[in-house]
Ligand binder design. Structure first.
Ligand code: 5AD
Ligand code: SF4
Length: 437
C-alpha cells in the first residue's frame, strides 16, 4: 500500500516539476512515507530522519533549499510529536491528504511548517492525477481503510473508515494500466475483500464480481488481491477463484492465531474452525491454490496451549509463505490497555519456533516446484548480471538467466533449484517466448 501511495505522490508532484532522483543529495524534496502498524516500523522513522537530515543541512549550508516531509500513518498518528521533535521536517501529512501536496508544497516553500492529518470529506481518489506507468506488475487501489477494529491494530485509526471506489473508475484505471504496459494487476486495500463498490447501475458489487470485471479487461493476464480478511470471504469470492483463470493461485489470508480464545480477544470475529472451512472451500474451488498468512505471537493472555493451537493450525493448513510478528502494543488500541502481557523472552521463543515451522513449509513447497514449468512475469533485473527476477503464479520469487528483452513479459520458465526464499529457473522454448514477447 505504501509503495502504491508513494507512486501516487510522485504522480501528483510531477506536474509541479518534480521527478524522482537516485541520490538524496540531488533532491529538492525528500518524503519519508511511513508505516505505523508495528512498533519497530515507527521507531525507524526518527532514526531515518536523523540519517537523512544531513543532506538537507548540507544543501542549506550552500544556500539551497530542500523540503523534508513525513507522510503516511506515523505522520497521521504522531504529527504533533514529529513537529516538536524534528524541527527539520517541513511537511507532515497523513495517507488521506497527499492529493493536497501542491498546496502544502506552496506553503512549505513559503517557510510555513505544514501539518495535514485531517480525514477530508472529498476522497483523494477524485482529485489525483492519472497514474503514471508502474510497469508490467501494477497496483490498483480499490478500497481503503478498515472498520474491523481488531484490538491490536492501528489501521482503523490511521487510515480511517472503509471506503470502496466505484466499479467503473476501477475498470477504467485497469484499462489505462494495461495501455501503459501492465500485464498483472494487484487489487489493493487494507481490507480488500470487504470491497463493496457501486456499479453504474446503482448496484453494490463485492470483490468476486469486481475480479470478474477486471479479468474482462483486454490485456490483463493475471490478477492478485491483498490484503484480505477471513470474515469477508464470501461465496462470490470463492466462485471467482473457481471461475476466473486469471486469478493467481496464491492467496494472502491473515489468520493471526489458531486459538479461539486469542482470536476472540483480538476481535477477529471468527474461530479457527471457520478458518479451516474457508481454506477447504477455497481449495475445492481452486485445487492448486496456496496460502500465505500473518501471525502474531505473544498477544496478551496467550498461553503455551494457545501458541500450540497456532502451531497446529500451521501444520494443518500448510503455508507457502507467512509473515510473523511479536505482538507490540500500539497507542490508542484496545489491546494496549490489556494487562496480561506475555514476557518478551517467551514471545521471542514462540516467534522462533513458528518461523522455523513456516520456513520448513516454504522450503518443502519450493522444492516441490523444481522440475515444473511455470509462467513467470519478469519484473526487474536480477541481482546477478544477466539475470531477470520475477514471480511464479504462486508468488515465489525466481531468478532466471534471461535476455533483457524479456523484461515485462510472461515467460515459461522451468524451475531448476529452490531454497526457502527463492527459486532459480531457466527460460523454456526460447523461440516461442520471444515470439510472444
Ligand atoms: N503487533 C504485532 N503485529 C501486528 N500486526 C498488526 N498490528 C500488530 C501489532 N500491534 C501485524 C498483523 C497484520 C500485519 C500487517 O501486521 O499480523 O496482519
Ligand atoms: Fe487491522 Fe486488518 Fe484488523 Fe482492519 S482487519 S483492524 S487492518 S488487522
Amino acid at each position: 500500500m505504501n509503495v502504491y501511495d508513494s507512486s501516487r505522490m510522485a504522480d501528483i508532484l510531477r506536474p509541479l516539476g518534480y521527478a524522482q532522483v537516485d541520490e538524496p543529495n540531488d533532491a529538492d524534496m525528500m518524503i519519508l512515507n511511513t508505516c505505523h502498524i508495528r512498533e519497530k516500523a515507527t521507531d525507524k522513522v526518527f532514526s531515518e530522519i536523523g540519517r537523512l537530515k544531513k543532506h538537507k543541512e548540507a544543501k542549506e549550508a550552500k544556500g539551497e533549499k530542500m523540503l523534508m516531509a513525513v507522510a503516511g500513518c506515523v505522520a497521521q498518528a504522531e504529527g504533533d510529536f514529529i513537529l516538536q521533535r524534528a524541527p527539520v521536517i517541513d511537511m507532515i501529512f497523513g495517507p488521506q491528504t497527499y492529493h493536497e501536496l501542491p498546496e502544502m508544497v506552496l506553503k512549505a516553500n513559503g517557510n510555513e511548517r505544514v501539518v495535514n492529518t485531517e480525514f477530508p470529506t472529498v476522497t483523494k481518489f477524485d482529485s489525483l492525477p492519472e497514474e503514471q506507468n508502474q510497469g508490467a506488475a501494477a497496483f490498483l487501489s480499490i478500497q481503503e481503510g478498515c472498520d474491523k477494529f481488531c484490538t491490536f491494530c492501528v489501521v482503523p485509526y490511521t487510515r480511517g473508515a472503509e471506503y470502496s471506489r466505484p466499479v467503473d473508475k476501477i475498470v477504467d484505471e485497469a484499462k489505462r494500466l494495461v495501455d501503459q504496459g501492465a500485464k498483472e494487476i494487484t487489487l489493493l486495500g487494507q481490507n480488500v475483500n470487504a470491497y463493496h463498490g457501486t456499479n453504474i447501475d446503482g448496484k453494490t458489487w463485492g470483490l468476486g464480481r469486481l475480479i470478474e470485471a477486471v479479468a474482462g479487461v483486454n490485456g490483463v493476464q493475471q490478477i492478485r488481491y491483498t490484503t484480505s480478511h477471513p470474515r469477508d470471504v464470501d461465496q462470490e469470492l470463492i466462485d471467482a477463484h473457481r471461475d476466473v483463470e486469471k486469478l493467481a493461485p496464491f492467496l494472502h489470508l491473515p489468520v493471526q492465531s489458531g486459538s479461539d480464545k486469542i482470536l476472540k480477544a483480538m476481535n477477529r470475529k471468527h474461530t479457527a474452525e471457520r478458518f479451516y472451512e474457508i481454506v477447504a472451500d477455497l481449495r475445492s474451488a481452486r485445487p492448486d491454490l496456496v496460502f500465505s498468512s500473518d501471525f502474531i505471537v505473544g498477544f496478551p493472555g496467550e498461553t503455551d496451549q494457545d501458541h500450540e493451537d497456532t502451531m497446529q493450525l500451521i501444520r494443518d493448513v500448510g503455508f507457502a509463505s507467512a509473515y510473523s510478528f511479536k505482538y507490540s502494543a500500539r497507542p490508542g488500541t484496545p489491546a494496549a490497555n490489556m494487562t496480561n502481557l506475555v514476557r518478551e523472552d517467551v514471545k521471542a521463543a514462540r516467534l522462533l519456533e513458528l518461523q522455523n515451522l513456516v520456513t520448513e513449509q516454504y522450503l518443502e513447497f519450493n522444492l516441490a516446484s523444481v522440475g515444473k514449468t511455470m509462467s513467470v512475469l519478469f519484473e526487474r533485473k536480477g541481482r546477478k548480471e544477466g539475470q531477470l527476477q520475477g514471480r511464479t503464479p504462486f508468488y515465489q520469487a525466481i531468478n532466471v538467466p534471461a535476455n533483457e528483452r524479456l523484461l515485462g513479459e510472461f515467460v515459461d520458465v522451468k524451475v531448476t533449484e529452490a531454497t526457502a526464499n527463492a527459486l532459480v529457473g531457466e527460460v523454456q522454448m526460447v523461440e516461442n517466448n520471444i515470439k510472444q514477447a
